[in-house]
Write a protein that binds this ligand. Structure first.
Ligand SMILES: [Zn+2]
Ligand SMILES: [Zn+2]
Length: 353
């Protein structure tokens, strides 16, 4: 069994967590606040110690500690999923980072730290629900929040530069009338277009089990706020590690870029119709593995206490999920104004608000 990493307060020995309000490391026992430099220093020290322990263990131990960790605060065993990289001890509630899940090839290139604490996120979510029209009144109730956790999810951000070549046929048609005839002239052109295309920050989820609709729906994130990874940012939150390889992320993103290239190469032309084929050759493909913050929540708001699932962007507060529509209220308004189109799409377009 290997030790989970716990970040300890230099003053009182309590545990340190990343505090989104101050964007600093904070001790929840004595209130001590440490700056980012110290967060990075502690991260490096803890990671080095964890790696030393790992290399000292035998291959059998290594197999075993893929599954089990020991809490450094209370000694309890911490059992997790294969992709869990940060969690809390079930017994003493200490925040634990499982370093061996995020080392070597699994070490993230960057992280966007959480921007709001849990209380603020909860408040924003309740405000968001109460602002929505046509939602069942009995749905508003903070007590029905079942679960509300901050999770860092793994994503691939890929930049692609490539050359696109379009080969096809364009037509121009003109119509002219004489006293006896209407003359339609159609000219057919062979069209060749080429150009260099740059796609930046194409995002793909790097964890297969993550809910695609919800997690796509809370994008975009402001990638200019990506910081170099340090394990300390994870302390106090849950984190998942990726199970999608860089190669497959690149392959899928290149395929996605090809469809964009085909659309772009057919835009802005002076023909009445244009058809043909686009070839896209990627020249430079760069991927970055980043952890992005999301609040994941379950709300028991249905008539029989049925659960509703939501995700909230941990950077911007954008929410994605499905709200129960009160059909009577919707109908009443629709009759009044003679319009019943209230389908607002979220992110990928799969959710009706
Ligand atoms: Zn302390
Ligand atoms: Zn513990």
């Amino acid at each position: 069994m290997s030790d989970g990493m716990i970040f300890k307060c230099p003053c009182c020995g309590g545990f340190l967590e990343f505090d989104p309000q101050q964007q600093k490391f904070k001790c929840y026992y004595c209130g001590q606040v440490l700056d980012e430099e110290e967060l990075r220093e502690q991260s490096e020290q803890r990671e080095a110690a964890a790696e030393e322990q790992q290399s000292a263990e035998t291959a059998d131990d290594q197999q075993e500690h893929l599954r089990s960790y020991r809490c450094q605060m209370c000694g309890a065993e911490i059992v997790t999923d294969d992709t869990t990289a940060a969690t809390r001890c079930y017994f003493c509630h200490s925040p634990v980072v499982l370093h061996d899940r995020l080392d070597d090839e699994f070490r993230p290139d960057g992280v966007i730290p959480f921007q709001m604490d849990k209380a603020t996120a909860e408040k924003q979510f309740m405000e968001y629900i109460s602002r929505k029209k046509f939602v069942d009144r009995s749905f508003f109730n903070g007590a029905q929040l079942e679960m509300f956790s901050g999770v860092y999810y793994p994503w691939w951000y890929t930049d692609i530069e490539g050359e696109a070549e379009f080969e096809g046929e364009g037509t121009r048609t003109s119509v002219r009338s004489t006293p006896t005839h209407i003359i339609t002239t159609t000219s057919v052109f062979r069209v060749h277009r080429e150009g260099r295309l740059n796609f930046r920050l194409l995002a793909r989820k790097a964890l297969l089990k993550a809910d695609g609709k919800l997690s796509d729906g809370i994008h975009p994130y402001d990638a200019s706020q990506i910081q170099p990874y340090a394990s300390g940012f994870l302390s106090g939150f849950l984190a998942e590690r990726r199970d999608v390889s860089e190669a497959s992320a690149k392959e899928e993103t290149v395929a996605e870029a090809k469809t964009y290239a085909a659309q772009l190469m057919k835009q802005n032309h002076s023909f009445n119709s244009l058809s043909g084929e686009t070839k896209f050759k990627p020249i430079n493909v760069k991927s970055r593995y980043v952890l992005l913050p999301a609040w994941v929540l379950t709300y028991k708001g249905g008539k029989d206490g049925a659960p509703y699932y939501y995700m909230m962007n941990g950077q911007t507060g954008k929410v994605c999920g499905k709200l129960p529509i009160d059909k009577k209220r919707l109908l009443a308004t629709a009759l009044g104004i003679g319009l019943a189109v209230f389908l607002i799409l979220c992110g990928g377009g799969a959710f009706i608000w």
